[in-house]
Design a protein around this ligand. Structure first.
Ligand code: B12
Length: 210
């Protein structure tokens, strides 16, 4: 897997779509689609972000390579069906920023694990609060990758508390990985490092464990 990961990184930097697809297929044949995403794609994208920080790759390369990854994820992980008929007490959202890949992966894994979950797409604080109240959501998953967006979770929590909602909030994404105490500071009830963590947290809460 390690060799595949470094080859994938090189292919992503070169925006070599056929090579990316073929490396990804090899990984899937060795493990599972989800493991290939978590163990191959996510680390490669994080490394790209670090290289961008260090001025070694351009934002356009990150943009294009993440679009290619998003296409692959769309094809290999279970489709997201926003129009579910039965009411759900679970919802997921990207708060404020435009980094959507993490949410897509978490959503796919949740649905693949049998959870009926509403997909709110991308929302700002006020709209999110209204939707949570209108849908009577009991568990809200928030994905963010920018620090300013992470800090807005505080406003979501405060507005929901003020309106009497007892929704439980789980958060995930880069700012919470960079600062392990941030999730508590913004008033979330849990933080997950991966899509698999989202499933563990929700199972725990559904069984009324803290
Ligand atoms: C790809 C990428 C982009 C793409 C996004 C494409 C897309 N459709 O998503 C593009 C090029 C558009 C982009 C733009 C920008 N980006 Co950007 N981007 C990244 C990068 C390299 C990878 C993100 C990614 O897709 N990772 C893969 C996904 C699958 O991982 P993930 O989201 O973390 O999700 C996983 C876990 O965190 C977890 N998870 C996620 N959500 C949740 C939720 C719950 C409840 C749970 C339990 C788990 C969970 O499960 C997922 C699967 O494992 C990161 C680097 C990094 N370290 O994250 C920078 C990064 C997030 N970007 C950054 C910045 C600054 C920007 C820009 C401002 C750049 C600019 N100057 O314009 C813009 C802003 C866009 C905006 N307003 O939102 C910074 C943010 C810094 C900060 N602290 O705020 C980062 C951290 C780069 C860096 N090191 O500086 N970016």
């Amino acid at each position: 897997m390690n060799t595949l990961a470094s080859e994938l990184y090189v292919a992503l930097v070169a925006l070599d779509r056929p090579r990316i697809e073929s490396l990804f297929r090899q990984a899937v044949s060795r493990t599972s689609p989800m493991q290939a995403v978590e163990e191959l794609m996510v680390p490669a994208l994080i490394l790209l972000g670090e290289e961008w920080n260090a001025g070694k790759v351009a934002l356009s390369q990150i943009y294009m390579s993440s679009r290619i990854c998003e296409d692959i994820v769309k094809r290999i992980l279970p489709a997201t069906d926003a129009e579910r008929r039965s009411p759900s007490q679970l919802a997921i959202v990207v708060l404020s920023d435009y980094h959507t890949l993490g949410k897509r992966i978490v959503l796919s894994v949740m649905r693949a694990s049998g959870f009926d979950i509403l997909d709110y797409g991308r929302m700002e604080v006020d709209e999110l609060v209204e939707r949570v109240l209108a849908d009577d959501v009991k568990i809200l998953l928030i994905s963010v990758l920018m620090l300013p967006s992470a800090l807005k979770v505080k406003a979501v929590r405060a507005a929901l508390n003020a309106r009497g909602s007892r929704v439980r909030i789980a958060v995930g994404g880069a700012p919470f990985l960079f600062d392990p105490e941030l999730w508590r500071e913004v008033g979330a009830d849990a933080m997950g490092h991966s899509a698999a963590d989202a499933v563990t947290i929700i199972r725990r809460w559904k069984e009324n464990r803290p």
